[in-house]
Design a protein around this ligand. Structure first.
Ligand code: SF4
Length: 353
């Protein structure tokens, strides 16, 4: 009993840091969690996106803003309202994590737009901009704000880096992102789930993590695909080698948006070497996303050339369940019929010979 109350006291005396379960949460949370745990803070994570979070986000985000950003606002307001004792909000600035590209400008300006909201606690700075300085420098800065020495911060950074590498390998082994994130949140070891039943067709689901893995805003899109007999792959499950060489469009244009480049690299793999590994591609796009709408057009042209079925779905806060079901139902049914027809044709040919 005494032991319990000491632990509770220690917990409550820790610095409290709020993190929004939105945007880059779906990409970097394991790294953030590890480094912040090692730096001795208590993390307060906002809940899964819900109706109220979306409504508040839409109310505060201006009209033309993409829905993932509006949702981010909603999560921030949830943290401010429900945790008035937060010491900090962790709102990292992601400029670039490779030498050749940039993140979408919305990520670059994120801490600036959040810090001007009413009643926001202090922002814990963490900038990833490897064109200018290594991430270890940002880790030292982060630790300094939390009263840690350079050595302590670097040690925390090394541990977070290794843990994040382990996490990425786990995804490449085939772990679904939401399943892996659940293990991270609960501090459980990375262990693959029991083998899922194979689907009748296999689809590559393209899109940013915050579109693919936020099951509220995408109306549980992956579950719908599974129910329609599709096995789903996302780019997180692909081997590292797919992302080594840049994509050059028309022999001269190169993408400088990091996320979009990864999506194009995955598509290139399935247009070439991996052509027979999938039966179609679905791209989930946010309404008002400039980078996505541009590459969606390029992807569609390539898909036509190789005759790979392709469906682009644009989501916003008004997307409806019935309409979505009809569209993906028609798409998956068309692929299944095409596949059955090709199998029959092959079998007939085999009988002739
Ligand atoms: S890439 Fe598109 S969806 Fe993502 S933050 Fe930028 S504009 Fe919004």
């Amino acid at each position: 009993m005494l032991k319990m109350s000491i632990i509770q006291q220690e917990e409550s005396s820790k610095i409290k840091v709020g993190i929004a379960r939105a945007l880059h949460y779906y990409r970097y949370f394991p790294f953030w969690k590890k480094i912040l745990d090692e730096l001795g803070v208590e993390i307060i994570l906002s809940p899964e996106t819900n109706k109220k979070i979306v409504e508040v986000g839409v109310q505060h985000g201006f009209g033309e803003l993409c829905i993932p950003m509006k949702i981010y606002y909603g999560h921030i307001f949830h943290l401010i309202e429900n945790y008035p004792d937060l010491d900090y909000l962790f709102v990292p600035r992601y400029v670039s994590d490779v030498k050749e590209g940039f993140f979408c400008p919305k990520f670059i300006s994120l801490p600036d737009v959040i810090k001007i909201l009413p009643n926001v606690p202090e922002i814990l700075n963490f900038e990833v901009n490897i064109k200018e300085f290594p991430i270890s420098i940002s880790a030292i800065e982060l630790g300094k704000q939390l009263g840690k020495s350079r050595e302590e911060s670097l040690e925390a950074y090394e541990k977070a880096k290794n843990y994040y590498r382990e996490y990425l390998n786990f995804l490449r082994e085939g772990a679904p992102v939401n399943y892996a994130l659940r293990l991270v949140r609960r501090d459980r070891p990375f262990k693959l789930p029991k083998k899922q039943k194979k689907g009748e067709i296999k689809l590559l689901l393209l899109g940013h993590g915050y579109n693919l893995f936020d099951t509220y805003i995408n109306l549980d899109f992956q579950k719908k695909l599974h129910e329609m007999g599709a096995e789903v792959l996302t780019i997180e499950n692909l081997p590292e080698s797919v992302f080594k060489v840049p994509v050059v469009v028309n022999r001269k244009l190169q993408n400088y948006w990091i996320h979009e480049e990864e999506l194009m690299q995955a598509v290139r793999y399935y247009l070439t070497k991996g052509r027979n590994e999938i039966d179609g591609v679905v791209f989930l796009i946010s309404f008002a996303c400039g980078p996505d709408s541009l590459i969606s057009e390029l992807i569609m042209r390539d898909m036509k050339v190789v005759r790979l079925p392709y469906l682009a779905i644009i989501m916003d806060e008004h997307s409806g369940d019935a309409g979505l079901k009809t569209r993906i139902g028609a798409f998956t049914e068309m692929i299944k019929r095409k596949k059955r027809f090709e199998i029959e044709k092959r079998e007939q040919k085999a009988e002739i010979f």
